[in-house]
Ligand binder design. Structure first.
Ligand code: SF4
Length: 301
């Protein structure tokens, strides 16, 4: 029995060799390093998980100060998050190498991002689950798993899957046309809500997971861009979920049959943790100039 996660399948489609390295526990432990993006994203997710947990923070107590307190605790690996204390210390060391000023700048970036999110978020929301792991059987030998940031039950009983994003939204025009920047919020207190307008494996896989596990209708799956007052959503039909299930099973079978995990050098090789043990990626990064341009912010999450 093999379990596949949507993000891992995406990694495989991007570069099979990177997927292979990431699956090897020893290689991953030796080469995969925490980055500032990753640290910020993890602390924001952890803080939001507790913030929207009614058993820990009642809706009237949901203030920006409370969310900031949780974010600082998550960052430091203390209070609610103390079980991660030693891991968090190690991750901070890897990401910042003891450079306190840089670390503080990234922490401030996280505080600003959460402040911005609180201005437009529904603070009365009572999620069904938050940051929980879900798993379903797809075939006799394949299961699909995923940690889903949040599942909300809507007023009509249907479900909404939310995935927090701390990076930049994709540069696509959801009306179909030239790439455009994310739109500004419709007004100062509302989030911009737009259809995603493109195929998305992760959201479709989450729709499949939640439909099966909760035996309910997933009306909407949403990427919540914390820093951009922007929600990009996808409203899956039963037909689309079925199609995506067949596609995911085909990808999983392809991965299981792969014996070579050939590298696919690409523009992100310069930021790949496994480049030191990947001659093809090293050569490619040397030709395009590793680390010479801004990496895509979404990659670590
Ligand atoms: S360096 Fe590039 S080619 Fe090599 S594993 Fe990483 S992403 Fe793939």
């Amino acid at each position: 029995m093999a379990t596949f996660y949507p993000t891992q399948i995406q990694t495989y489609l991007h570069c099979p060799r990177k997927y292979f390295f990431g699956k090897d526990r020893e290689i991953r432990a030796k080469y995969s390093k925490a980055s500032p993006h990753m640290l910020l994203g993890n602390a924001a997710h952890d803080a939001l998980q507790v913030f929207f947990d009614v058993t820990r923070v009642r809706p009237p107590e949901r203030t920006v100060e409370k969310l900031h307190e949780l974010f600082r605790d998550a960052w430091a690996g203390r209070a609610f998050f103390s079980r991660n204390g030693w891991k968090q210390k190690e991750a901070r060391e890897q990401a910042f190498g003891g450079d306190k000023a840089t670390e503080a700048a990234w922490g401030k970036k996280g505080l600003d991002m959460l402040w911005r999110y609180v201005q437009t978020a529904d603070l009365a929301a009572q999620p069904l689950t938050a940051e929980q792991f879900h798993e379903i059987w797809l075939t006799e030998h394949i299961t699909l798993g995923g940690k889903i940031d949040r599942i909300d039950r809507r007023a009509d009983g249907s479900l909404e899957v939310l995935d927090y994003k701390t990076g930049k939204p994709p540069r696509v025009d959801w009306k179909g046309g030239e790439p455009v920047k994310a739109p500004a919020a419709d007004d100062a207190t509302r989030r911009s809500v737009r259809p995603l307008g493109q195929d998305d494996l992760q959201l479709a896989a989450y729709a499949l997971l939640v439909t099966r596990k909760f035996r309910g209708k997933v009306a909407r799956c949403t990427y919540v861009y914390l820093n951009d007052d922007l929600d990009l959503f996808f409203e899956p039909t039963d037909e689309q979920i079925k199609e995506k299930e067949a596609e995911i099973v085909a990808y999983c079978d392809r991965i299981l049959a792969d014996r070579t995990f050939a590298p696919t050098p690409n523009p992100l090789c310069g930021w790949c943790d496994y480049r030191p043990i990947c001659p093809e990626g090293e050569a490619h990064a040397a030709t395009v100039g590793a680390g010479s341009s801004t990496p895509v912010e979404d990659v670590p999450f």
